[in-house]
Design a binder for this molecule. Structure first.
Ligand code: ZN
Ligand code: ZN
Length: 90
C-alpha cells in the first residue's frame, strides 16, 4: 500500500485519530477517506477510478440469466447455463 501524506490527527477536534478507509464503489473504483475516531469528520483523500483488474479471463462468461453466476464453459456457445438454457439437450 502507498504511503499517504496525510495528517494523523483530526483537524476538527484535534483529539481523534484519523484512520484510513477505502470504500469500493459499485463501479469498481476505490475512494479513500480518513475518518476521525472521535467526531464525524471524514476527509476524502481521493479516488482511484480505475477498476481493479478482475481475475477472470476474457473467455470466462457467466450465465445471462438475472442473478445467476454460473460460469459457462468456453466450449459452450450458449449465453445461459445448463439450468437456464432449457431442456433442448441433444
Ligand atoms: Zn475529530
Ligand atoms: Zn443460469
Amino acid at each position: 500500500m502507498n504511503q499517504l501524506d496525510a495528517p494523523s490527527l483530526c483537524v476538527e477536534c484535534q483529539g481523534g485519530r484519523l484512520i484510513g478507509q477505502a470504500v469500493l464503489e459499485p463501479d469498481g473504483g476505490w475512494r479513500y477517506f480518513l475518518a476521525c475516531t472521535d467526531c464525524d469528520t471524514k476527509v476524502e483523500l481521493g479516488s482511484d477510478s480505475t477498476p481493479q483488474p478482475e481475475q477472470t479471463d476474457a473467455d470466462d462468461r457467466t450465465c445471462s440469466h438475472p442473478g445467476c453466476t454460473t460460469l459457462l464453459s468456453a466450449y459452450n456457445d450458449t449465453t445461459t447455463c445448463w439450468a437456464h438454457t432449457g431442456s433442448s439437450f441433444p
